[in-house]
Each structure stands twice: as structure tokens, then as C-alpha cells.
Design a protein around this ligand. Structure first.
Ligand SMILES: [Fe+2]
Ligand SMILES: [Fe+2]
Length: 154
């Protein structure tokens, strides 16, 4: 099993998503992959890391803020998934989403994660890291097998 702190593994996943963001700017159809990655990322980040940090006085406020930003981002992801990609407003919406995502990832990488690394032990960070990598790979392999939903409209 890979031994990597969960914070390192999450940052690596951030990089994968930044990569997808730049691909989507050239080909909006790739958006569905970013949505699948982010849905999984948010869920695992919350369940495996933020749920722990929410119980630590020193970092609780920042951790809760990260969680609330997920709510906003998830809302924007749903809007983007529903809105017609051929409409000129789609890319405008996507760029607004990108700004918020960018701010969120940076805040985690520069503030929340370094603080978490001080609060959790190396062993805890690595155990959570292994869990994250295993669950992420499993969930992604299932999610990417299913056909992307084109529309929710019946
Ligand atoms: Fe993250
Ligand atoms: Fe996050």
C-alpha cells in the first residue's frame, strides 16, 4: 500500500483537476469528467479529513469554511451540468466556477492542509492517505465506466 499523507494525496488530486479545467476550456464536453472527479473529491475530503478537523478547536473554523465552499461548488457543478453547453453563457459560467474553485484549492493547500499536518500525527495522515487513494481509485473506476448523463430532463 502506498504511504502518502492524505494532504499530499489530495493536492495531487487537485493537480489532476486543474489539468481537466484547462482541457475543458478547449473542449466543454470534458466537463462531465471534472464533475465526477470533484463529486468524489468533495465527499472523500469531507468524510476522511474535514470530519476529523471539525472536532479540533484550532482548525474547526477553517475546516467548516472549506465544507461550505464545497456546497457552493456543488451547486455550480449542477448548474453547469444542466445548462446547454452550446450556449455562450456556459463558458462564462464555467470561468466563474473556475475562479471559485481556484480560490478554494489554494486555500486548502496554503492554509488548511499545512495546519492539518501539524494537528494530526504522521501515522493518522498516512492511514487516511491510504484510505483516500484506495477509495478514490475505486470510486473513479466505477464512475468513469458509467455513461455520462446527458440531461436530467425527461
Ligand atoms: Fe480539496
Ligand atoms: Fe475541498
Amino acid at each position: 500500500m502506498e504511504t502518502k499523507a492524505i494532504t499530499t494525496a489530495l493536492i495531487e488530486h487537485h493537480e489532476e483537476m486543474r489539468d481537466l479545467v484547462s482541457k475543458i476550456k478547449k473542449d466543454a464536453k470534458k466537463f462531465i469528467f471534472l464533475k465526477k472527479h470533484l463529486d468524489i473529491h468533495h465527499e472523500l475530503e469531507e468524510d476522511l479529513l474535514l470530519s476529523h478537523l471539525n472536532t479540533k478547536k484550532k482548525i474547526k473554523a477553517e475546516s467548516l469554511e472549506s465544507q461550505e465552499e464545497h456546497v457552493v461548488l456543488n451547486q455550480l457543478l449542477l448548474d453547469l451540468a444542466d445548462f446547454p453547453q452550446e450556449h455562450e453563457r456556459w463558458m462564462v459560467k464555467f470561468k466563474v466556477f473556475e475562479e471559485i474553485l481556484d480560490h478554494h484549492l489554494k486555500e486548502e493547500e496554503e492554509d488548511l492542509f499545512p495546519e492539518a499536518e501539524k494537528i494530526l500525527s504522521k501515522k493518522e495522515l498516512e492511514e487516511l492517505g491510504a484510505e483516500f487513494i484506495e477509495m478514490k481509485n475505486h470510486r473513479l473506476s466505477v464512475a468513469l465506466k458509467t455513461k455520462p448523463e446527458i440531461s436530467n430532463k425527461s
